[in-house]
Design a protein around this ligand. Structure first.
Ligand SMILES: Cc1cc2nc3c(=O)[nH]c(=O)nc-3n(C[C@H](O)[C@H](O)[C@H](O)COP(=O)(O)OP(=O)(O)OC[C@H]3O[C@@H](n4cnc5c(N)ncnc54)[C@H](O)[C@@H]3O)c2cc1C
Length: 370
């Protein structure tokens, strides 16, 4: 059986994948997009998009759909350590909050309407470089692509180094009705071993996302862990008075903050352009992972369109562009990471940020590469 052909295969239909597929399709490329899951669906995510994502969403042509879906403006990030807080203004551009249930479906739809051959519930397996082109299998069909953009998220990323000794985290997310989440504010409540993020999304829903290390979680089920957390944190408990969970908890295991090589580096991935979490994972406390994924998808698409470049040349060019754009903020986020886990380190910073707002603005800019 002769394989299906495409110029560029985008593997993974999350934010980075859809961004790449939309950009390629709009430029007239023959692009096939593969997503393992069915859509729409809830994802573990804080559902806060940092301000610089607006420019990418604009270029992708989806801002009207996002507004129609009920996205909200977010002007401020408020960090809490127990009852103490400090505000980090997000600047004129403002961030956005919208559920992944809505956002991922809007992007998928845009990729499909833009002309990408979009395959849902199509898990890609057996990707390999076969004499200058890539071959793989999806839903029992063989495919052959000149270039591959690999956007399968954190779980499927090619690891740069064994990571057994790095701290691992558990991610949880649910929507609640009646939670007292402030309007236009994304709240981050730090506790020993993790944080809880809270932001209003569409309609009456507030998104609640937690990242917690395993010693702190102690194998508790999500509701039991939240009840435990609220019993220790009256400020956070006040947000949940009278609140009702609207959807089942979504969870994700083994989150870690190692860095991946952005353009592949092992045999399987040589010449593959990795984008989004598959390329590099920033601490979610920065609220920048989605913006980075959307932007990296665009970057990878621009390089993949260059017909004259071999996959390896394209990978080298892309890697340099990726490093230039994202490495500084990944480095800063890694330095801030210990503060996120230990409120006793973060607490003395809060009065400083209150007193010198320029410090807060500099931290916001630094973790966003602006
Ligand atoms: C607790 C938590 C809170 C967070 N909060 C925020 C926040 O508030 N703001 C923010 O900006 N970021 C946040 N993030 C990070 C953000 O969710 C990610 O950075 C973002 O989703 C990355 O997008 P992506 O496209 O790289 O990957 P994903 O969105 O994970 O998409 C990858 C896709 O690939 C598909 N896939 C996997 N394997 C295959 C395969 N073999 N074949 C086909 N398809 C495949 C998957 O089904 C998935 O749909 C948070 C993360 C966590 C864990």
């Amino acid at each position: 059986m002769s394989p299906n052909q495409c110029e560029v295969a985008v593997i993974g239909g999350g934010l980075a994948g859809c961004s790449a597929a939309i950009s390629l399709a709009r430029a007239g490329a023959d692009v096939a997009l593969f997503e393992a899951a069915a859509l729409p669906r809830h994802r573990v995510c804080g559902e806060f998009l940092s301000p610089e994502s607006r420019a990418t969403l604009e270029r992708l042509g989806v801002t009207a759909q996002i507004a129609e879906a009920g996205a909200r403006d977010v002007s401020l990030a408020r960090f809490w350590c127990g009852a103490q807080s400090a505000d980090f203004p997000l600047g004129e551009a403002r961030g956005l909050s919208i559920s992944r249930h809505a956002l991922d479906a809007i992007l998928w739809d845009a990729a499909q309407r833009g002309g990408a051959r979009a395959h849902l519930e199509a898990r890609v397996r057996g990707l390999k470089n076969d004499g200058g082109a890539f071959v793989f299998e999806a839903n029992g069909h063989l495919w052959r692509a000149k270039k591959v953009i690999w956007t399968v998220g954190r779980a499927g990323a090619p690891k740069s180094a064994p990571a057994e000794n790095r701290p691992r985290f558990f991610g949880l997310k649910a929507h609640f009705a009646g939670a007292r989440a402030s309007e236009n504010v994304v709240e981050m409540h730090l506790f020993r071993g993790g944080y809880c993020g809270l932001v209003r999304v569409e309609g009456e829903a507030a998104n609640v996302a937690l990242l917690v290390d395993y010693p702190t979680l102690q194998k508790r089920a999500p509701d039991a862990f939240l009840a435990h957390l609220l019993s220790k944190n009256p400020t956070l408990a006040a947000r949940f008075e009278g609140a009702r969970r609207l959807i089942p908890w979504e969870t994700t295991a083994n989150v870690s903050f190692e860095r991946f090589r952005p353009a592949g580096g092992n045999d399987m991935a040589r010449g593959v352009l990795c984008a989004g979490d598959a390329a590099g994972y920033i601490h979610p406390l920065t609220g920048d992972g989605m913006a980075m994924a959307l932007r990296a998808g665009e970057l990878a698409a621009a390089v993949a369109r260059a017909h004259k470049l071999s996959p390896r040349e394209a990978a080298r060019l892309y890697q340099a562009a990726w490093e230039r754009e994202f490495a500084p903020r990944l480095r800063l986020a890694a330095r801030l990471h210990p503060f996120a886990l230990r409120p006793e380190l973060a607490r003395p910073l809060l009065p400083l940020v209150r007193r010198f707002p320029a410090l807060g603005r500099a931290m916001v800019r630094g973790t966003r590469g602006t």
